[in-house]
Design a protein around this ligand. Structure first.
Ligand code: PLP
Length: 433
């Protein structure tokens, strides 16, 4: 293997003697070697071997302003001059909660947590408390964090899931409690008929229907026309809570998330990643009477780092920029992303490669597939993983860094020049594979 990543390989070897697996998240233990970084600026990152990349991973999403945005650096500096954490109230909590309330349609009330997985757990508990029902209805291929209760039918194999009409709940981890599966009903996404049928049979036991409103964890699949609105109608008809997991779409697709773009307001929504601009912060937002169940309604909730000043300082700076000028910056970023998607499609057509590019602009994913349309996770199971690996490796060699599942994220710092440079790399790689 090339000497290009020599230092990263050496560091991984050393790390493996102390850190389990040598990395802080198994998702990062990827080909060709987990890269070790030490600096970056704007849309670019530099690894320990001195290679520079256009960064389309953005730390798996959070870095919405780009690396070392001056407003974020200043916010951190100011926060560092004060106590890092109080475990008590402070003004930034109010400021950021009010800001989110103004930006996000469903946010009658807001609660702060630290990770996306944790925010989802709170939302599920609230939904169960509100309805007095046990079951979660989720969709295949959608990811809602790594906890036992929802790590079900995320990236299961096609033959494990059973027929679409009789989808089986598939566990995703050894060590996961088996009875978690009893509380989850998995369904193929974008199939309203199946949702109607299951809700007619078991709807009186379903606490919530949870989904990524744009399926980014399985390759950037969009909801079919009218689907989100119809799901809300079905959920409400059966007395279930609708939860949008906007941990990727939130503060990325638009300042108000996917719910503002599609005009469909869920009862609860979870946010993470971009909301903190890179700091660990997540949010549950939604209807007042559901969130207020934590205060006098018997729902237990805690967290040492909830609402910590450092993360909220980062969020305040980030959200101010995203909200400015009617959300112009995110609009432009999504437009730039769509130009990049179009350019990639054109390169694939030019080079005679069957490749789909799916997403909404500021987040999208590549698929090497003979399929012409992707509607649910089952459709992406036919993707050619080896071709994707070759493509991502070729891009990495040319200084374009994307996620191992073929996902690309754009930040406000990505420029038209980045897009042009990326398209030249994509063209060269597609010509070679
Ligand atoms: C849609 C969605 N929900 C939940 C999570 C879990 O968030 P975290 O990794 O911060 O726990 C993720 C993470 O990628 C996600 O994409």
């Amino acid at each position: 293997m090339s000497e290009r990543w020599k230092t990263s390989r050496e560091l991984l070897k050393r790390a493996s003697g102390a850190l389990a697996g040598g990395v802080s998240s198994p998702f990062r233990a990827k080909f060709p070697v987990p890269l070790y970084f030490h600096d970056g600026q704007g849309s670019r990152l530099e690894d320990e071997d001195g290679n520079w990349y256009i960064d389309y991973t953005l730390a798996w999403g959070p870095v919405i302003l780009g690396h070392k945005h001056p407003a974020l650096v200043a916010a951190y500096r100011q926060a560092a001059e004060r106590p890092l954490i109080y475990g008590a109230e402070h003004r930034l909590e109010i400021e950021v909660a009010e800001r989110i309330q103004a930006m996000v349609p469903c946010a009658e009330r807001v609660a702060f947590t630290s990770s996306g997985s944790e925010a989802v757990q709170l939302a599920l508990r609230l939904a169960r408390a509100h309805t007095g029902r046990p079951l979660i209805l989720k969709f295949e291929g959608h990811y809602h964090g790594w906890f036992d209760s929802v790590l079900v039918s995320h990236h299961a194999k096609l033959d494990e899931m059973g027929a679409e009409e009789a989808a089986r709940a598939v566990p995703e981890s050894s060590g996961q409690v088996a009875n978690a599966l009893e509380n989850v009903i998995p369904l193929p996404w974008n199939r309203l008929d199946l949702l109607e049928r299951v809700m007619a049979e078991r709807g009186d036991q379903v606490a919530c229907v949870i989904m990524e409103p744009w399926l980014m964890n399985s390759g950037g699949i969009e909801p079919t026309e009218g689907y989100l609105r119809a799901v809300r109608e079905v959920a409400h008809r059966h007395g279930a809570v609708l939860i949008f997991d906007e941990i990727i779409t939130g503060f990325r697709m638009a300042p108000g998330g996917a719910q503002s773009v599609f005009g469909v307001t869920p009862d609860l929504a979870t946010f993470g990643k971009a909301v903190g601009g890179g700091a660990p912060l997540s949010v549950v937002a939604g209807r007042k009477e559901i969130l207020e169940l934590m205060f006098g309604g018997g729902v237990s909730f805690g967290g040492t780092f909830n609402g910590n000043p450092v993360s909220l300082a980062a969020a305040a700076a980030t959200l101010e920029i995203l909200a400015a000028d009617g959300g112009r910056a995110l609009r432009e970023t999504n437009e730039r992303g769509r130009r990049l998607m179009e350019g990639m499609r054109a390169a694939a057509a030019r080079r005679g490669v069957k490749m789909l590019v799916n997403g909404f602009g500021a987040a999208f994913a590549l698929h090497f597939t003979n399929t012409t349309e992707l509607k649910s996770y089952r459709d992406v199971c036919a993707d050619d993983a080896e071709r994707l690996r070759q493509c991502l490796f070729g891009l990495l060699e040319r200084g374009v860094y994307a996620l191992p599942d073929g996902r690309f994220y754009l930040s406000l710092a990505h420029t038209d020049a980045d897009v042009e440079e990326t398209l030249a790399a994509v063209d060269a790689v597609l010509a070679a594979i």
